[in-house]
Design a protein around this ligand. Structure first.
Ligand code: DAK
Length: 260
């Protein structure tokens, strides 16, 4: 698929995915959602040796300012439900990716933009980042998983307040609440995200994918996360990576993981 609204670059096995609708503050229109679905559902799983993905927005002002409000007027109940289902499908694909996905939040992350950042495994905020779920201003509620993920990250009390008031919070507050992992000077978000992925890439890749799977077991599927952990732990002990990691420790050398 040729992407119109996504720019994809690659550096040392890390894919940088930039949502590129700068004039609309990178708002997620239907086309962009289709492209995200293709990237995370088809393109990424077909790539070998990818260490991780950084998701960011074009320009210095916005990560993503939400779903494209200008497309809303064409919605009726059926189209709205279809749009909602696609959004959930896409954001689940991101959350279930087998490699780390890090949001580099370079400005406004509002509504669907905040939800996109929350579907990523970690978030790096530039000092100018602003987060919020302002859907109530439009008479709707967060519809791309925000009602669930925001409270997972920051707790029910503050999540309800932010969703009901539509207030925006700045990067420092987002860090204090646990919504973002790091705050960096504006313009440094992608570099920090790459640095984080490079650090993770030195670990056993199967273990990393099992951590994603196990954490998701509880949060996404309402499964018994402890039972899933027992299963996934067993699976990691059966890998060559585990033998290599243990041998490297004993031999006082760096492990050379192969993802086997
Ligand atoms: N959609 C479309 N265009 C947008 C946009 C958006 N969300 N946000 C900004 N833009 C456009 C503006 O219209 C403007 O375009 P022109 O007028 O120049 O053509 C351009 O981007 C620059 O924006 P501003 O002129 O407004 O820039 P300011 O610096 O003055 O303000 C702002 C920046 C981010 C504070 C402001 O643009 C703003 O408040 N934007 C809207 C933020 C927002 O409310 N976001 C949440 C959208 S609701 C669903 C599931 C999920 C959702 C929907 C349905 N289903 C289950 C069906 C998600 C909903 C949302 O995300």
């Amino acid at each position: 698929m040729d992407y119109q609204n996504l720019q994809l670059t690659s550096s040392d096995g890390i894919l940088i995915l930039t949502i590129s609708r700068e004039k609309a503050l990178n708002a997620l229109n239907g086309q962009t959602m289709q492209e995200l679905q293709h990237f995370f559902g088809t393109h990424l799983p077909a790539q070998a040796g990818v260490k991780g993905v950084v998701v960011t927005g074009a320009g210095a002002k916005a990560f993503v300012a939400g779903a494209d409000i200008k497309e809303f007027l064409a919605l009726d109940e059926d189209k709205g439900a279809e749009m909602g289902q696609r959004g959930h499908d896409v954001f689940f694909l991101i959350e279930r990716a087998g490699v780390p996905v890090v949001a580099a939040v370079n400005g406004f992350a509002l509504g669907g933009g905040c939800e996109l950042a929350m579907a990523c495994h970690m978030r790096i905020a530039g000092e100018n980042a602003r987060f919020g779920q302002p859907e109530v201003n439009l008479g709707i509620i967060p519809g791309y998983g925000g009602t669930q993920r925001l409270l997972q990250y920051i707790g029910k009390s503050k999540a309800i307040e932010l969703m009901m008031t539509a207030d925006m919070i700045n990067a420092e507050e987002a860090y204090r609440l646990g919504l973002v992992n790091y705050v960096v000077p504006a313009g440094e978000e992608v570099n920090k995200a790459v640095e984080l992925i490079q650090k993770i890439a030195k670990k056993g890749p199967i273990a990393i994918s099992k951590i994603i799977e196990t954490v998701n077991a509880f949060y996404q599927y309402n499964e018994d996360g402890f039972a899933r952990e027992v299963k996934a732990f067993g699976e990691t002990t059966g890998t060559e990576d585990f033998k290599e990691g243990a041998a490297a420790f004993i031999e006082k050398r760096k492990a050379n993981f192969k993802g086997e």
